[in-house]
Design a protein around this ligand. Sequence first.
Ligand SMILES: O=c1ccn([C@@H]2O[C@H](COP(=O)(O)OP(=O)(O)O[C@H]3O[C@H](CO)[C@@H](O)[C@H](O)[C@H]3O)[C@@H](O)[C@H]2O)c(=O)[nH]1
Ligand SMILES: [Mn+2]
Length: 767
Amino acid sequence: MCLLHIKRAPIISLFLLRIQPENMEGLRSKGCTTAETTHTHPLRSVQLLPIVPFNRVFALVYLCALLALFYHHLQRLLSSITLVSFFINLILFISDLVLAFMWSTAQAARLYPIQREEFPENLDKVVKRSDYPAVDVFICTADPTKEPPMSVVNTALSVMGYDYLTEKLSVYVSDDGGSALTLFAFMEAAKFAEHWLPFCRRNNVMRRSPESYFESNYSSSSETVEIKMMYESMKARVEHVMEKGAIEDEYITSDEEHKIFNQWTHKFTIQNHPNVIQILIANNKNKDVSGHFMPNLIYISREKSTSEHHRFKAGALNVLLRVSAVMTNASVILTLDCDMQSNDPHTLKRVLCYYLDPEIYAKYSYIQFPQHFQGINKNDIYACQFKRAFEIQPMGFDGLGGVDYFGTNCFFSRRAFFGGPSNFVCPEIPGLSPSHEVDKPIQSSEVLALAHHVADCNYEKQTTWGFKMGFRYGSLVEDLFTGYQMHCEGWRSIFCNPNRPSFLGHAPISLVDLLNQQKRWVIGVFEVGFSKYSPLIYGIKHMGLLMSLLYSQYVFWPIWSIPISTYAFLPQLALINQVRIFPKVSEPWFLLYPFLFLGAYGQDYFDFVSAKGTFQMWWNDQRIWTIRGLTCFLFGSFEFLLKSFGISTLGFSLTSKVVDDEQSKRYEQGIFDFGVSSPMFVTLTMAAMINLVALILGLGQFLKGSDSLEGLVIQMFIAGFGVVNCWPIYGAMVFRIDKGKLPVKITLTAAFLTWALYIVASFIFSN
Ligand SMILES: O=c1ccn([C@@H]2O[C@H](COP(=O)(O)OP(=O)(O)O[C@H]3O[C@H](CO)[C@@H](O)[C@H](O)[C@H]3O)[C@@H](O)[C@H]2O)c(=O)[nH]1
Ligand SMILES: [Mn+2]
């Protein structure tokens, strides 16, 4: 059976097929020879992006310009007369070296980007519905105050509503917050699901999270009014319980429920408590109001003990992997964060367009869908969409051998958690093996006893969980690390980006939340980049040059802060002191600079708009890139250093999913939100001040008609560019009075430090 149909861009592809990386081999050989036989019902196609030839030629041209630049750099470095000029030249050289390295990593994504398409409508013509594989969904939550249970419940309902064989679907919820309130919300949700699931089926609802459905423009009828009332009353109960912080007796309706909540004894704390595993819906038992079986719904709060490291989300996912192996052991696993929801009930069919092919199942470890977000403001001022990482570069990764794992919206083959495709790592008990057949109902006492055993917090001792099996430990970005390790083991992966987003989620919408989130990522990626698994040492041996280069872009992500900080301060300080550090307009070397700048920015802009971005979005995206360079990249790197020296330990600081009304109003209006006194804002404000001062002084000289100006054009341009980028900061510093303005303390600290920097720089430059 061949389910593959390769569609290629003409002419160039013939050439490209010869030089494409071997990872595409599987797709190619199978596709070419057997596509014709099932041509009438293809399930998928692959296409090379037409931009590829241009990308390759441009990469060559740009490379030549870079070589010229470094020749010029070396020349200047060797001809430096004073120590000061030597150091300035050295800093510029290092910064440009980092830029060039990051450029080369980005090229890896531009050499072979592919786009896939699936045809789930053909599925029924090729396979019987009863042959569909079982699917286990993993949803993680960790704190009921930062991740409101109602929103987690909506996530679960949205996937429980998948258009699939309900007897083959199971939803596992991991609650690292160990909260009875979250469990209460899920017990309510299980009751509501009896009405909600048949309602969605009958009305062919596309967004099966009730909250989003009722926010949308649905057509009102007596049925919708009724179900909405049911939903609102459930929501009111959950929110009431949340407000009280406890479940009052009137909300507990049976002895069984009493027994469940009695597990929360006075000794029960978040850091120290026994396992709670609760089967809320069992698909062999519970039926919805229309008589249909429902998907399994299982709540798990794994055992925690202050003496055992719980390994954050990766630890939670590994518990889910084992408990689900004992209960249902589905061959396909979906991981979902609690801030994501299904936006398309037919997504599983799309996944089957790949996984029904045993060839694909044997070689590909996961199918990653992009993270799309709702509630992003018009121009995405904080660049929350991460278009480059979630949409553009994944196509490049995919063409080379496999997209990285984003931590959510990803369908794994269970087998991939147990060693490479040709190197099976056997779990310590046979009941956890991906090939093990579950033959007992999930509520049976044996199954439950084993489930409790494998969820114990010391179960992993003396096993290879987290190192050779399951989700990987050792990095705060367990997602990137896990996907990376799988690629090193020889797995490939698929990027699937349908027109209608399959998932929609929430991104942080306050600047400080965003920077803190990315500070955690910085630490996490460095934990990979500077480990023995670094792509430049380990990866290159296992995945080849291009894949490891591309991964390097992610694991060395924070080193952007070297060139960004240099270009945010050095040319400006030199300009203030009338010191020239770039070529004059009349020198031929001058031309390199506009070419390199416009070339990089232009290509980036093109990539961005090709992924349905707008000019303003792109502009905001590059602004946030510079802001990151001056804030979370710097501070995260520093924290990573402290951690490496054993001075501090770092945890997974959850991203808050709650915002106040004023904050979201400002966000909707596109106004930057500073508000809190984060030290990260100090460096940012300093850069804003220096750039403004440099530009004003530079313009002053210009009006005076000073001779030296010809040499300072590049510096003037950089300061001007800096000022335009810092625009929102000046407003927040001086003109605004709302709560989101820059705190006075920050402005004053930054002003003092800027002044100190200015004095020191003047002293240095005058010597
Ligand atoms: O000890 C923990 C910590 C977190 N989580 C869950 O992990 C998910 C992601 O946490 P969040 O605070 O939303 O982090 P983000 O930075 O928004 O998440 C991105 O980055 C993470 C890695 O840092 C990935 O795990 C995520 O999938 C990816 O979306 C949430 O569902 C949490 O409930 C746990 O289950 N246990
Ligand atoms: Mn998140």
